[in-house]
Design a protein around this ligand. Structure first.
Ligand SMILES: Nc1nc2c(c(=O)[nH]1)N[C@H]1C(S)=C(S)[C@@H](COP(=O)(O)OP(=O)(O)OC[C@H]3O[C@@H](n4cnc5c(=O)[nH]c(N)nc54)[C@H](O)[C@@H]3O)O[C@H]1N2
Ligand SMILES: Nc1nc2c(c(=O)[nH]1)N[C@H]1C(S)=C(S)[C@@H](COP(=O)(O)OP(=O)(O)OC[C@H]3O[C@@H](n4cnc5c(=O)[nH]c(N)nc54)[C@H](O)[C@@H]3O)O[C@H]1N2
Ligand code: SF4
Ligand SMILES: [Mo]
Length: 885
């Protein structure tokens, strides 16, 4: 058994991998890890389904720009080519003409090397990271308030808090194990008050005593109003404010707002708003946890500081059970911050714009150069690439053609860039399509290093699989490149050597008279190989709760109130684009789906991209639930299926970020998002773009289930879903089909006239159904209809698991549903045990179940990771309502 850390979110759960006899691995939660104590959410539990080599990038490749073809090359050739081109570009245009765009999914060691190489050797700070899209507002807010980017809360503070406010965080879907910890705390102490501040009524609200459906983008008004309220009623800790802070008066001057005005601007019920303010004032132990609804805003940094202000005024920080809590997204968002991977940071919590800091790092590195000013932030970087200022970019562990705002601009930039290098673990991504050089990296389970989670706990990721093909660790690829560039300082033999160097740098000149900072893991700088290998999860500061002594990292030791003058989002809805686009995550997928898209267990919950909108808005836009629609903005458009019921208010739509050109015909929501950024942090406003929604007219709907890849190019719409031993494709077309049989056979690639092929066609109603059987097993099926009244997919899908079709199956094939009633489980609710909606509803009805625990006892759903418990509650409520009518 090998202990490692989950590949996904910033909760940073410990995982064990135990080899099975069949060569696979059993993945389980590590009971000894403090972050999860043995629990895993559904994504973590499905990690074993994502470690196969199918679709992996296994060899370096170079593209012929003339015909677009890729050819396999040796590592030496690929790295010589890249080093040669970088050299000549730097010689001709200077070091700022090259750039790295990296990721919070790199290990700390990889990140450290990339940052050192760019800032200390190439001499530019043009290294930015997808954390710009994620954490940079929190980083900037912490730096302004505390003088250093430190998150002042630990997970176990949740167990002591009397009130937890979740702002712009869908914790139940995005940080499930932390959500479950919160749920357990509430169960143990039902008096604990939970408030959710989110324009949507998300699954997280199931746990809330109070949900404030705030008008998008108005959080600063809400928290300024709270600051003003706390000051007015005297809910202040004058001793703390006097001894440990400065700037309260200026902050209050910017926050002269009464609750009535806040309620009006934030479009909230006044009584509920006051209930929130009163509860905040009444409870000493308050945690305000915030995530992307706060950070991803053109006022993101101010949102962060307006929250921190409310904690400082009452001294609700630095003690057990309280504090402003930035919840990080990626597994190593925090490690990236520790190594200073953002373009405006240095390493080890030092600042690029201070000469003494630059000197400290350069002296430690003994490097020939040091970047003297901040580099380009992500959005600016891709603009500079498009206009030719940056001529070479190396993208590592991120997929910007999907995840950046104004994503069609990113595509144009990469098309025009002289040299695009991408290091990735999979072969086909939307970004790889623009790469001149593709470099195969080791993936989770194969690579070795460390990650830091949301509570500043450093954990080891350990390899338990052999390196496949010619894939190499990211730090090794970068070090070998650095050596070719003629730089010393990169002769690392192992991840341990890099980690210990990084740890020593954190202690370098870290003394009261020099450059004191809270981030100091110098004690780990002496670890040998085996101690590093055995490193237990370790939290910094190594000396206790951050800021427990009331001493902050500004030169005068005081925390700062920041005056946050509220301002509306930059682009507001208007006559042409009347609706606000909100974007975010779904429970069972991770980002651009390069990993979660491969796990059948994770595909069932939400198989297809969607546009969640209020029924009245749908009516106004002329679109219907279940039909396809187009979302467009001034910047671009995408297509997905309309749905209701996601808890969205009128005037907004919500679209998930995950689907892209590998998984659907036209589902990149990034293309629609405005490239507006926060002026302080440079973080994009992902949660607020004015859009319009209109019909995407089609002639027919359909689906294919197939063991082979069908020909989809000519279809108006398709999306792909991973099944067990097959792929499912949802389709729609604008073409008139004259001869269904011939057309369907061409789509499915069937050339054999003798094929075992059953079909039913009714041209007058536009209905066509066909099934292809090989050796008595289902191989493919296609169902087409002019109306969206296709049979449910679950039963047909279940046939792909059968070694042989029986007579009853064959008789039912073209009906698309079993002859026996009740055999269709319905759409998946519980991904862990694969339990469908119909199964759950049937159990609730027949056995009069009233609680999620009873449902679990009856049909297992909710019994493993618990991520679906909010949905079980919703189903129970819905059914109780129906019964009571
Ligand atoms: N399942 C899953 N989990 C993940 C990830 C994933 O891809 N899938 N990704 C990880 C990463 S990198 C990240 S950064 C985190 C993100 O975790 P979260 O931030 O929790 O997730 P999001 O869905 O991006 O957005 C959170 C909420 O912000 C709300 N919101 C939008 N506008 C506003 C506003 O103006 N004010 C307020 N108060 N709220 C607003 C949205 O309605 C949404 O419900 O999740 C991590 N965990
Ligand atoms: N509209 C909208 N857009 C958003 C957001 C939003 O809320 N709304 N959220 C933003 C946020 S918070 C984030 S964090 C980003 C995430 O966006 P991305 O970082 O673009 O998404 P991922 O799919 O995680 O991309 C990771 C890539 O790295 C590869 N990879 C995985 N492991 C390794 C490795 O060890 N080495 C290498 N070299 N490659 C590896 C994967 O195959 C994948 O191609 O999206 C941002 N974009
Ligand atoms: S909560 Fe889930 S995705 Fe996040 S680290 Fe834990 S197991 Fe992984
Ligand atoms: Mo993120």
């Amino acid at each position: 058994m090998i202990k490692t850390t989950c590949a996904y979110c910033g909760v940073g759960c410990g995982v064990t991998a135990t080899p099975r006899l069949d060569g696979g691995f059993d993945i389980a939660g590590d009971t000894a890890h403090p972050a999860n104590q043995g629990r895993l959410c559904v994504k973590g539990s499905a990690l074993g389904e994502t470690i196969g080599l199918e679709g992996r990038l296994l060899h370096p490749m170079m593209r012929d720009r003339e015909d677009g073809s890729l050819r396999r090359v040796a590592w030496g050739e690929a790295l010589d080519h890249v080093a040669g081109r970088w050299r000549s570009i730097i010689d001709e245009h200077g070091p700022d003409a090259v750039a790295f765009y990296v990721s919070g999914q790199l290990l700390t060691e990889d990140y450290y090397v990339a940052n050192k190489l760019m800032k200390g050797y190439i001499g530019s700070a043009n290294i930015d990271t997808n954390s710009r899209l994620c954490m940079s507002s929190a980083v900037a807010g912490h730096q302004r308030a505390f003088g250093e980017d430190v998150v002042p809360v630990n997970y176990d503070d949740i167990d002591h808090a009397d009130m937890v406010v979740l702002v712009g965080s869908n914790l139940s879907w995005c940080h499930p194990i932390l959500f479950q910890r919160l749920a357990r705390a509430k169960e143990a102490r039902p008096g604990m008050k939970i408030v959710v501040i989110d324009p949507r009524r998300t699954a997280t609200c199931e746990l809330a005593d109070l949900h404030l459906p705030i008008k998008p983008g108005t959080d600063v008004w809400l928290f300024n109003g709270l600051l003003c309220y706390l000051s007015r009623i005297g809910a202040v800790d004058p001793a703390f404010v006097a001894a440990h802070t400065s700037g309260l008066e200026e902050a209050l001057a910017a926050a002269t707002l009464g609750p009535e005005e806040v309620a009006r601007v934030c479009r909230l019920n006044l009584q509920e708003l006051i209930e929130f303010y009163e509860a905040f004032a009444a409870n000493a132990k308050v945690i305000t946890a915030f995530s992307m609804g706060v950070n991803q805003s053109s006022a993101g940094t101010d949102k962060v500081n307006s929250i921190i202000n409310c904690h400082l005024i009452g001294g609700r920080i630095g003690k057990q059970g309280m504090g402003p809590f930035s919840i990080t997204g990626q597994p190593n968002a925090m490690g990236g911050r520790e190594v200073g991977g953002l373009a405006n940071m240095l390493a080890a919590h030092l600042n690029i714009d201070k000469a003494a800091h630059r000197d400290a790092v350069q002296t430690f590195w003994e490097s020939p150069r040091m970047a003297s000013r901040p580099g380009l932030k992500a959005v600016d970087l891709f603009e500079a690439i498009e206009d030719g200022r940056v001529k070479a970019v190396w993208v590592i562990a991120t997929n910007p053609v999907v995840s950046l705002p104004n994503a069609d601009q990113v595509r144009r930039a990469l098309e025009r860039c002289d040299l695009v290098v991408v290091s990735d673990v999979v072969r086909d991504t939307d970004t790889n399509a623009y790469a001149d050089v593709l470099l195969p990296a080791l993936a989770w389970g194969e690579k070795d290093g460390t990650v830091t989670n949301s509570e500043r706990r450093i954990s080891r990721q350990r390899a338990f699989l052999p390196a496949p093909g010619e894939a190499r660790a990211d730090w090794l690829i970068l070090s070998q490149f650095a050596l070719r560039m003629g730089y010393d300082g990169f002769c690392y033999a192992s991840a341990a050597e890099i980690f210990t160097e990084h740890a020593r740098l954190s202690a370098w000149r870290n003394n009261p008279g020099e450059l004191p900072r809270a981030f100091d893991i110098g004690a780990l700088g002496m670890l040998g190989e085996s101690a590093y290998d055995a490193l237990q999860p370790t939290q910094w500061p190594l000396t206790g709760h951050p800021f427990a002594d009331g001493c902050y990292s500004h030169a005068d030791g005081r925390a700062r109130f920041v005056a946050t003058v509220p301002r509306a989002p930059v682009n507001l809805p208007d006559g042409e684009y009347p609706i606000t686009l909100n974007t975010g995550r779904v429970r069972d997928h991770w980002h651009t789906m390069t990993r979660t898209g491969r796990a059948p267990k994770l595909a069932g919950h939400i198989p297809e991209s969607f546009i969640d909108m209020h029924p009245q808005d749908a009516l106004l836009c002329g679109v219907k639930e279940g039909e396809l629609a187009r979302v467009s903005s001034h910047w671009g458009s995408m297509i997905a299926r309309v749905q209701h019921g996601g808890g969205i208010a009128r005037g907004s739509v919500f679209v998930p970020i995950h689907w892209n050109n590998q998984t659907a015909s036209d589902a990149r929501i990034g293309a629609v998002v405005n490239p507006v950024v926060d002026p302080v942090s440079g973080e994009p406003e992902f949660k607020h773009t004015p859009v319009m929604v209109d019909r995407f007219p089609i002639k027919w709907h359909g689906f294919i289930l197939s063991r082979d890849v069908p020909q989809l190019d000519e279809l108006a719409y398709w999306t792909k879903v991973q099944g067990k031993d097959f792929m499912r494709y949802e389709l729609a077309g604008r073409n008139t089909i004259d001869d269904f049989g011939t057309w369907a056979r061409r789509l499915l690639g069937i050339q054999d006239d003798e094929a075992d092929w059953l079909e039913y066609a009714d041209s007058s109603s536009g209905v066509f159904r066909a099934v292809h059987v090989i050796d008595d097993r289902i191989a493919q099926c296609i169902f087409i209809s002019a109306r969206p009244d296709l049979p449910a997919r679950q039963w047909l899908a279940s046939l792909f698991d059968k070694p042989q079709l029986d007579i009853a199956d064959r008789a039912a094939l073209l009906a698309g549903r079993p002859l026996a009633a009740g055999a269709d489980a319905g759409p998946t609710v519980c991904s862990c045990f694969g339990v469908g909606r119909n199964t759950i509803c049937k159990a609730i009805r027949e056995q009069n179940l009233t609680t999620p625990a009873q449902v679990t006892a009856c049909v297992n759903a909710g019994g493993n990771c618990g991520s679906c418990v909010p949905e079980l509650k919703k189903l129970l409520n819905e059914m109780l309502l129906v019964e009571s009518v």
